[in-house]
Design a protein around this ligand. Structure first.
Ligand SMILES: [Fe+2]
Ligand SMILES: [Fe+2]
Length: 213
């Protein structure tokens, strides 16, 4: 939405050729409004990316989205400290909470119910122990998210401190550990049939009828 707005202003500048100072002022206002929007616009909602034929890539892409939502939460905390939940903040809060309440829950289930049995079939004891610890962390992450979820739903219009911590720190450490220790190992341990089964299970969880590729 921001790009087309900027292009429209440039096109208008070219078509009408009014005073230079006037259009500099208009573009400054556009830039200012972009800054306000970008400040709490989420990162990581990029079209494309891996599909269910690459379930490990899909899990990594989920981690990128989670990191994007963490960035949004930190920006949102600053915004809410100054303005409370105004309309812009409400929209960002809705997107973040929707993601964590639905896709975030599915992501945990993908790892616990579908990846874990395949991974544990091949991994050595030390790696299985790391994976078990990370799966147990999901409960702690859900507990840390609960007060934040309440605030994201309550949308108090008065300026206040949004309780993004300890959730943001915990989830960031969790995905760094999974990205560095679990996903690369899974790529080397799982065979093509297991990758296919994992992708099918993840698709089914989301109600997607995946045609075999
Ligand atoms: Fe996890
Ligand atoms: Fe994960």
């Amino acid at each position: 939405m921001v790009g087309p707005l900027r292009r429209a202003v440039h096109a208008l500048c070219g078509a009408l050729r009014p005073g230079f100072a006037f259009w500099v002022a208009v573009l400054s206002l556009v830039r200012l409004s972009e800054g306000i929007l970008i400040r709490i616009t989420e990162k990581g909602e990029v079209a494309g990316g891996p599909g269910f034929d690459d379930p490990l890539g899909l899990l990594a892409a989920c981690h990128e989205r989670i990191e994007g939502h963490c960035v949004t939460l930190l920006r949102l905390r600053e915004h809410v400290r100054m303005h409370g939940f105004d309309a812009n903040a409400q929209a960002a809060a809705g997107r973040v909470h929707h993601y964590f309440a639905e896709a975030g829950r599915w992501h945990h289930e993908d790892e616990e119910q579908d990846l874990a049995p395949l991974f544990n079939r091949h991994a050595k004891d030390t790696l299985r122990a790391v994976f078990a610890r990370l799966m147990a962390e999901h409960k702690a992450l859900e507990a840390a998210y609960a007060p934040l979820a309440q605030a994201l739903v309550a949308l108090d219009p008065k300026p206040h401190d949004l309780p993004v911590e300890p959730y943001v720190t915990l989830i960031r450490a969790h995905i760094v550990a999974e990205n560095s220790q679990i996903l690369p190992a899974a790529r080397s341990l799982l065979g093509p049939a297991e990758i296919e089964r994992l992708g099918q299970a993840m698709a089914a969880r989301r109600g997607v009828n995946r045609v075999r590729l």
